[in-house]
Design a protein around this ligand. Structure first.
Ligand code: SAH
Length: 460
């Protein structure tokens, strides 16, 4: 980052614009949104600038720039649209102690003005350090469409309530109140006008004060298989609001990045939780933070309802009297099957699909291998790497064809995703060098390989 973004206080301070043409008009339009005292120096001025001067909004100095013009100015703009004149402005204004921007000249500028989305007092600044103005415009257009027009009004009224809201204890409780206002109550009341917003805010504050000592809430959230774009909007909202995030080892770092900046992030996969004590410790963590009033997000890979030990966590929350909810996620099987262009079920092939685990806490997990060995059966096998040889043995014993396709998808949906098209006969060798999380799709080959296979059969 070569340019550090800041918001400069301009109230009662001076800004100098050197130039009287189009470039100066464009900069002045932006600067007139602020409360700065603006001086414009040039020998001639565009009529628009003359009008602003007549309205008392800018002060004109009708001559070439002189040393001292930028004294006491925080910022100066070189907008003469003439390289030599602009260079002179940089020299003189810098000597006067101002930071200088040269219009449309990144290299010569000491600061740059970002693209802005204006919902005053909410202002979003977008900068690309000159790398991609088109991208900046696109982001601006997206944000313009996304941020409600009344956001500024909501924020202005919100500001007048900040003192009143101090009756709520700092931290989670107060944040919940503001989140309620900006996400729900405020936008609902916004169209009814300022008084209605004020009334709503008053009522909301009263209801939050009344509920002040309610315990926290735990969201049991599915983080999906890894690609942040496969998160649900609900999961994103939960992460946005979280005070505490307790996550599994498999949750991708890019997803943790989305948690609220102030949230306490706890890695429940790395802190020495052994298989037997882990769950108890995780339960204790959730309960302890929940009882303190925190909004806890228990973030689990994939879907929390699939091999996620969810019920044990829910029992612990119920026992502690904490409210909870489940936010489903995309399970590894869905991401894996999508990546090979197949379906988990298919008319005429399989009317049911099994999600099974290769091993459980007691060791290799026994399953209905006889049923799985039938032609056309499809199963998504979680945690199947270590049990691969054992599963192969059981299925062959029950008469499965050695050529039954088994596709291994390692790191499904992540940048380092890898697909290995194997068969029941080659499975143990095929998983040997798989180190990341992997899902085995029994009975499915990648679509292109399946086609290749069909063609070979016809040729034979
Ligand atoms: N709740 C998770 C599963 C947890 S069990 C879900 O719904 O996906 C952990 C197992 O899930 C891993 O051993 C692996 O078999 C599978 N898994 C999780 N994420 C995966 C990914 N990105 N790619 C492949 N398999 C994954």
């Amino acid at each position: 980052m070569n340019h550090f973004p800041i918001f400069v206080a301009l109230e009662g301070r001076r800004v100098l614009v050197v130039g009287g043409g189009d470039a100066a008009v464009a900069k002045l339009r932006l600067l007139l949104k602020t409360t700065a005292n603006i001086n414009v120096v040039a020998e001639t001025f565009d009529p628009v600038i003359e009008t602003w001067a007549a309205e008392g909004r800018v002060t004109l100095i009708r001559r070439a720039q002189e040393p001292g013009d930028a004294l006491c100015c925080v910022l100066a703009y070189a907008a003469s649209e003439d390289a030599a004149l602009d260079a002179r402005t940089v020299r003189l204004a810098s000597a006067d102690g101002a930071l200088v921007n040269v219009v449309d000249n990144l290299e010569a500028s000491q600061f740059i003005t970002p693209a802005i989305v204006d919902r005053d007092p909410v202002v979003v600044a977008i900068g690309t350090e000159g790398a991609a103005p088109v991208l900046a415009r696109k982001i601006k257009a997206e944000l313009e469409a996304k941020l409600p027009a009344q956001l500024g009004l909501l924020a202005r009224i919100g500001k007048t309530f900040r003192k009143a809201a101090d009756v709520l204890p700092m931290g989670a409780v107060r944040r919940r109140f503001w989140a309620d206002y900006y996400d729900h109550a405020g936008p609902r009341a916004a169209d009814a006008g300022e008084d209605a917003i004020r009334d709503t805010l008053g009522d909301l504050l009263a209801s939050h004060v009344a509920a002040e000592d309610r315990p926290g809430h735990v969201d049991l959230v599915g983080a999906g298989p890894g690609d942040p774009e496969l998160l649900t909007l609900k999961a994103r909202t939960a992460l946005d609001r979280a005070d505490v995030v307790i996550h599994d080892r498999l949750v991708a770092p890019e997803i943790l990045e989305l948690a609220r900046r102030e949230a306490l992030i706890i890695d429940a996969g790395k802190e020495g939780f052994g298989p037997s004590t882990a769950q108890g410790d995780i339960n204790d963590l959730m309960v302890a933070h929940g009882l303190k009033g925190a909004h806890v997000v228990r973030l689990k890979a994939g879907d929390p309802t699939v091999f996620g030990r969810l019920d044990e966590e829910i029992e612990a929350l119920d026992a502690a009297g904490l409210a909870w909810s489940i936010v489903p996620g995309i399970t590894a099987a869905s991401a894996s099957v999508a990546s090979i262009g197949q379906s988990l079920t298919k008319r005429g092939r399989n009317g049911s699909v099994r999600f099974l685990t290769g091993h459980d806490m007691k060791g290799f997990a026994d399953q209905d291998w006889r049923a799985l060995a039938q032609p056309g059966e499809v199963a998504a096998i979680y945690m199947g790497k270590r049990a691969a040889r054992w599963m192969q043995g059981r299925m062959l014993m029950h008469g499965a064809a050695p050529a039954t396709p088994v596709t291994i998808i390692e790191n499904a949906s992540r940048a380092d995703q890898r697909t290995i098209a194997a068969t029941l006969a080659t499975l143990p060798e095929a998983v040997a060098d798989v180190t990341g999380p992997a899902l085995l799709l029994h009975g499915l080959a990648p679509r292109r390989a399946a086609q290749a296979l069909a063609q070979t059969e016809i040729a034979l």
